[in-house]
Design a protein around this ligand. Structure first.
Ligand code: FMN
Length: 209
């Protein structure tokens, strides 16, 4: 059992990364071999619309032909049994580097066929984790629902987990703005975030079983 996890936050040790680490610990507890990739370390783009992945008889059929830092990692992801992706919400969406990953994972699986058949012959389970300022994860239902539907189309069983009202900075006094209820944020960091991390652990464990 192999699980590859992608941290889609530029911060390597904050909310999204911590949630992902917990999911990977859960996978390891289920006996999986795990790998963690920080997308921020990679020099990579999204789909370049070369269509090499769809070329009749082409050597890259069903695979992304773009050569960059994601190339080998994508190959490992398609061989893995589960993929976990943890990302902050940025302006109601995922950060660009996560979107790049999505395009590179999804598009080679898409064949322009009426029966909707997918170029991937292997099922891979997917765990999608989102962290956000927003108090209600359902605010982003259409975003997470559309990601889940697309992963289920190309990969397999997909689970979504959200951590809301995350602590964005250590010290809110250093930054402009008065929209946050800072004592509440700190309390949530102490009391709710550990529960979110436990949920991430269980999600990681379940998908790896
Ligand atoms: C550029 C940027 C845009 C953001 N946009 C949103 C947003 O639209 N909705 C939201 O709930 N939080 C938003 N946030 C807050 C982050 O999603 C939240 O703090 C998240 O937990 C950060 O993840 P990290 O700690 O792993 O970096 C934004 C943060 C940044 C830096």
């Amino acid at each position: 059992m192999k699980v590859i996890g992608f941290n889609g936050s530029p911060r390597k040790n904050w909310n999204s990364a911590i949630m992902l680490e917990n999911a990977l610990k859960g996978a390891a507890a289920a006996g999986a071999e795990t790998e963690l990739v920080h997308l921020i370390d990679l020099n990579a783009t999204g789909c370049r619309s070369c269509f090499a992945c769809k070329r009749l008889g082409g050597k890259s059929f069903g695979r992304c032909a773009v050569k960059d830092d994601l190339t080998d990692i994508l190959a490992r992801a398609l061989e893995a049994d589960a993929i976990y992706i943890s990302a902050p919400v940025y302006f109601g969406d995922v950060p660009g580097m996560v979107r790049n990953l999505f395009e590179r994972l999804w598009f080679p699986g898409l064949m322009y066929r009426r029966d909707g058949a997918c170029a991937y012959d292997k099922k891979v389970k997917v765990g999608l984790i989102y962290t956000m300022n927003c108090p209600d994860e359902h605010f982003y239902d259409s975003l997470t629902g559309s990601h889940k539907a697309t992963f289920e189309r190309f990969f397999g069983e997909t689970e979504v987990l959200c951590a809301t009202e995350t602590l964005q900075f250590d010290n809110y006094d250093l930054y402009v703005g008065d929209m946050f209820d800072v004592p509440r944020r700190k309390e949530r960091r102490e009391k709710v975030f550990p529960l979110d991390c436990e949920k991430a652990f269980r999600l990681g464990q379940k998908l790896a079983e």
